[in-house]
Design a protein. Structure first.
Lengths: 497, 214
């Protein structure tokens, strides 16, 4: 039992220590972010109030020097920590914090005088302004990531979607895609996005939340001088031993508070959520209408060039045969044979067309059997598993069917697979279909127009397609569509499959 | 030969009756729905039932289900299923009991009246008549698994024609080989598919079933 208690206590202490470290990182982030954000105003302010830059470091005193140096260390620490805990991209992002923080540190060190003196400083200040906004976005992204990881509930991106693929951050911009036009567009998008300003507000707010108590402590430090040395000694001793304990005790509380604040300010607002939803709906509606119209054109063209033309030809052959039937029965007979084969071809074309519009087996038997029928037509061995207890709404059924059809066509055309697995099921108000093959992989929705088409088609029903296809395979495609099943209209065929 | 027809389209029903009667068959009942088919089959005890897959009231696979039910109540009742389209899934379901007397054809095949009537006769005698479209879709498979994988390409050709319901003579004519060669191929197929020598017709059905199941 005692061993249990000891391990329990150790775990508790471990948790507290972890919370303490997390708090330290959060504090560092807040300080660095605020410094980067405030760099430009601080420099301009220092220029305007015109502290004489001839005073130099000596005039500022030791306090300024130490504070400035500490401040300069913070971005390095943040940079190092994000390098150690995550991807290089994040660490590179943290480097954004450096110029602003260094400028503030330099100004502090010089006792409030702008380094470089006077008007020369205005230009770097202008450059630091956008950098500050960018770093605020980085701080926000990092906070979102951390809070998501620590609390287990991710904070959604609140930003407006960009027309290009990655909407959220400059981190994901590949260098090749950087052009002045796109950069300018992006910058414009960032500045008009309210979420950016909420990021800035968050950075400033957390900075103030750290700096205000720090200033309070600094002010409190002045009190002991009034008390005299013995009291001073006791006070410092108490502070030295108590402050880590207090810090550890407060860390979980602070983290909870921090997480709540971050969720409120960095997550999408109700309005933004609705705006995103409207954007999504408008997009998918346009896509649906477009694809519907394209489908109509295709059907019209197929009918016009196929069955209709064949029927016209058929009519002509028949009327010619009618003319010839008395004078040249042999020729008329040959024409009738031709007419028969022509009508058979027309029927075949109509059948293919119907299959493309709404496969009869889907109408007859529903999605599970229709997918199984697809699997049977595949020139590959297929393992089929699962089933549905009812039928999804007809449009969902159709979209899912054509999605699977496209996925299977991709498998036969590109994957070089020897075996395919299909799984279908409905759990938690979600229709799920998985198509897995043991081919060579490398399928990318960003490249293949087919996969993009599936995504668009499913998006109209708030469905998603997830494709995992590492080079060398296997390829796993999962599609999910939220929908309810209706009770089966027709029971399946006496259990014979 | 006594025939029961279940077909909801008047033109096609009428055409079928005329076609079959022109070839000396007797259409004892022509009905529109699956339930009527079951009743007619029970009453008339026909030699064969010709059934459309889609029938009222649901216009889905009502006819197919009625045909399967009829075969459960009257084992071995020959059934020829007609459809605007063919699905391997349905072909497998129809053949699943392995007792033969099953046809599954596109409605287009009615256009070629001689072949169609021939198919009707074959099915009525307990053979199979799978639509060439079902077979041709099977041919695109590279059957790397299952017992059919062991069958040689030539034997597979024979098997495909066997699935369409051709006799050995017809197969020999189609492939331009002797009838004895066909018999040799079929015997070899039965061995490869591990089908015991019993009733020859039944083995043919089982071979086709193995083929459809890959």
């Amino acid at each position: 039992m005692s061993a249990n208690t000891v391990t329990g206590a150790a775990a508790q202490v471990g948790r507290l220590l972890a919370a303490g470290l997390q708090t330290l990182y959060v504090v560092g982030l807040a300080v660095a972010g605020t410094a980067a954000l405030l760099a430009a105003p601080v420099l301009v302010f220092a220029t305007v109030i015109g502290v004489d830059d001839r005073i130099g470091p000596a005039g500022g005193g030791r306090f300024h020097l130490i504070f400035g140096l500490l401040l300069a260390v913070v971005p390095c620490a943040v940079w190092g920590l994000s390098w150690a805990t995550g991807a290089g991209g994040r660490a590179a992002g943290a480097a954004l914090l450096a110029p602003g923080v260094l400028a503030v540190a330099a100004t502090t060190t010089y006792g409030g005088a702008p380094p470089g003196g006077g008007h020369g400083v205005v230009w770097p200040a202008l450059a630091l302004l956008p950098l500050g906004v960018l770093s605020a976005r980085w701080v926000a992204a990092e906070t979102r990531r951390l809070v998501g990881r620590w609390t287990g509930v991710a904070i959604e991106q609140p930003y407006r979607p960009a027309p290009q693929r990655s909407a959220n951050a400059w981190q994901k911009v590949s260098w090749r895609s950087l052009s002045w036009r796109s950069l300018r567009w992006r910058a414009g998008g960032w500045l008009t996005d309210p979420a950016t300003w909420r990021d800035v507000a968050w950075t400033a707010l957390t900075g103030c939340a750290v700096l205000a108590p720090a200033a309070g402590c600094a002010a409190a430090a002045a009190i002991p001088w009034l008390l005299g040395p013995p009291a001073l000694f006791v006070l410092y001793l108490a502070a030295l031993f108590l402050s880590p304990l207090i810090g550890l005790w407060a860390a979980p509380l602070l983290l909870t508070l921090h997480a709540r604040g971050a969720r409120a300010l960095l997550g999408p607002t109700r309005q933004a959520e609705l705006a995103l939803r409207v954007h999504h709906l408008a997009q998918t509606r346009a896509d649906t209408i477009d694809s519907g119209a394209a489908e109509m054109r295709r059907i019209e063209r197929d009918l016009h060039d196929g069955a209709q033309a064949r029927l016209v030809a058929l009519g002509m052959v028949l009327s010619a045969a009618e003319h010839l039937i008395d004078s040249n029965p042999e020729a008329a007979r040959a024409m009738l044979v031709e007419a028969k084969s022509s009508s058979a071809k027309a029927l075949g074309e109509l059948r293919d067309l119907v299959r493309g519009i709404h496969p009869p087996v889907l109408a007859d038997r529903g999605l599970a059997d229709a997918v199984q029928a697809l699997a049977l037509d595949l020139p590959l061995p297929v393992r089929f598993a699962g089933g549905l207890t009812g039928r999804p709404p007809a449009p969902v059924e159709s979209a899912a069917y054509f999605a699977v059809s496209e996925l299977l066509a991709n498998v036969t055309k590109h994957a070089g697979a020897t075996q395919v697995w299909i799984e279908i099921g409905h759990t938690g108000a979600m229709l799920r279909i998985g198509v897995t093959d043991d081919g060579h992989g490398g399928a990318d929705p960003a490249v293949g127009s087919g996969l993009r088409g599936i995504e668009r088609r499913l998006a109209a029903f708030d469905g998603v397609l997830a494709v995992s296809s590492p080079p060398g395979g296997p390829t796993i495609a999962n599609l999910e569509v939220p929908c309810a099943l209706s009770s089966p209209k027709t029971s399946s065929c006496s259990g014979t499959v | 030969m006594r025939v029961v027809i279940a077909e909801d389209l008047f033109l096609l029903r009428d055409g079928l009756i005329r076609l079959l009667e022109a070839h000396g068959m007797q259409v004892t009942a022509a009905v529109e729905t699956g339930d009527e088919l079951l009743a007619a089959v029970a009453k008339e005890r026909p030699d064969i039932a010709i059934v459309d897959v889609r029938l009222p009231p649901t216009f889905t696979d009502e006819g197919l289900r009625a045909a399967l039910t009829a075969r459960q109540t009257q084992p071995g009742l020959p059934v020829l299923v007609l459809s605007q389209y063919v699905e391997q899934l349905y072909a497998r379901e129809l053949l699943a009991d392995g007792s033969g007397g099953i046809g599954y054809l596109l409605k287009d095949r009615v256009l070629d009246s001689d072949q169609f009537v021939d198919a009707v006769r074959r099915v009525a005698l307990g053979g199979t008549a799978m639509d060439p479209e079902v077979i041709s879709r099977l041919l695109t498979h590279n059957s790397s698994a299952g017992p059919v994988a062991a069958v040689t390409p030539r034997e597979r050709q024979v098997l495909a024609l066997m699935a369409e319901g051709r006799s050995n003579a017809a197969i020999a004519q189609q492939l331009v080989i002797s009838e004895r060669a066909v018999a040799k191929h079929t015997a070899s197929i039965f061995v490869r598919l591990d089908l015991q020598p019993s009733d020859d017709d039944n083995r043919r059905v089982l071979a086709v079933l193995a083929y459809l199941n890959r």
